[in-house]
Write a protein that binds this ligand. Sequence first.
Ligand code: SAH
Ligand code: SF4
Ligand code: F3S
Length: 440
Amino acid sequence: MNKTFFLETFGCQMNVVDSERICHLLAEIGYYRTEHVDNANLILLNTCSVRDKAERKVYGHLGSFKPLKSANPELIIGVGGCVAQQEGEQLLTNIPFLDLVFGTHNIHKLPAMVTAVEQDRVRCHETDFLDRETRLQLWPNRADISGGVTRFVTIMQGCDNFCSFCIVPHVRGREISRPSTEIIREIEGLAAQGVKEVTLIGQNVNSYGGKDETEISFAELLRKVALVEGIERLRFTTSHPKDLSDDLIATFSEIDTLCNHLHLPVQCGSSPILKRMNRGYTREDYLKKVAKLRQARPDIRLTSDIIVGFPGETKEDAAATLSLIEQVRYADLYLFQYSPRPGTAAAALVDDISKAVKQERFDRMLAMQRTISQEVWNADVGTTLPVLVEGHGRQKSGQLFGRTTWNRIVNFTGDDPLIGSVQPVRIIKSLKNSQLGELL
Ligand code: SAH
Ligand code: SF4
Ligand code: F3S
């Protein structure tokens, strides 16, 4: 009988891609994925520790598996990802029913770890960081995983920016860029399988190639990817504003297949706070880059991340963020209340903004953004937009979904053969996170 595993993924696109890899590796040792946690032989959580809330979610989920383990001592439970990297062996100590812990550089060891637990019921952990050469050697070419119209392609791992609030450099390690020749090879493979859209991903794709003098820049990489036949749409995330060069901005006027959306996290609208966040740009620098982007691509829509209540944030700082939101008019905004993360520079500062004040500032920013978002997305109603059809909608049979170049999900009625093609869809209604349309 086949063995099954249940896998839940938290956090960012890096973890989504890592989870795909985990599925692939487990299939090689005879484990198949199930959506039913109750009957699984193996339960894995691929975790995120970027905020206190994200980390607590992981502990909550783990707790809910305890009765399953009591009922079935053969059950194997494991934790991977950024909480695993952060906590390491301590997780095994804290959670007595946990069998294995694997860090962000050790996914390749998972099959051997699972086999060891099966055979000897050992409890194991692997959380060492690997050197650059080993990481590059272990980088999988994911063109062998089939399926889908849109795909993520990892072009870099880790981060060297050390924004003072951020745990990512501590749990993902130093930044490395993947050779551009391999990236292109993977994308050609994906195109041959019928993939139509790729999103190049990394913690800061803008600094791609930066450490390696023989490697091309990110803007040059985009130009090369744009030449791959069959790829009709191109996206990338995440962009650090300090590394958004004029050359990269120019690609928005040069490359037609580059989508009309950019996620450009600002974090805060006040320069003194940005300095303490170690972000490497001022409010004015950021606004200048936004203006240049809009010059290069007038109908570009921007989204962003903002941290509310960083240590020492004054009323004036919060007002500056609010005015930046008003000025930039983001299409969407992800707002987070600051939480100190272990090992980061900001963790040494007093988390002096009370929960109530964070909440109040958060609510005001959210209210302003809701109004702006509504205005931005309602402007699409009545217009006909090219939608790349990705698959079946979840709600009703006969429903398809796809995305506009602005990265908005559109649901509409249509037939299966349309999946994988770009279709003209008239937008009928804008909802909170998606739009309803009709096929022309
Ligand atoms: N690499 C990406 C962001 C990764 S983390 C970038 O550079 O933009 C995703 C978002 O989580 C960040 O943009 C930030 O807004 C938020 N975040 C990170 N650390 C946080 C903390 N300690 N408290 C609250 N929000 C945080
Ligand atoms: Fe974190 Fe800053 Fe790196 Fe983004 S760029 S992952 S916010 S340290
Ligand atoms: Fe979370 Fe790790 Fe991504 S901390 S945001 S899953 S890199």
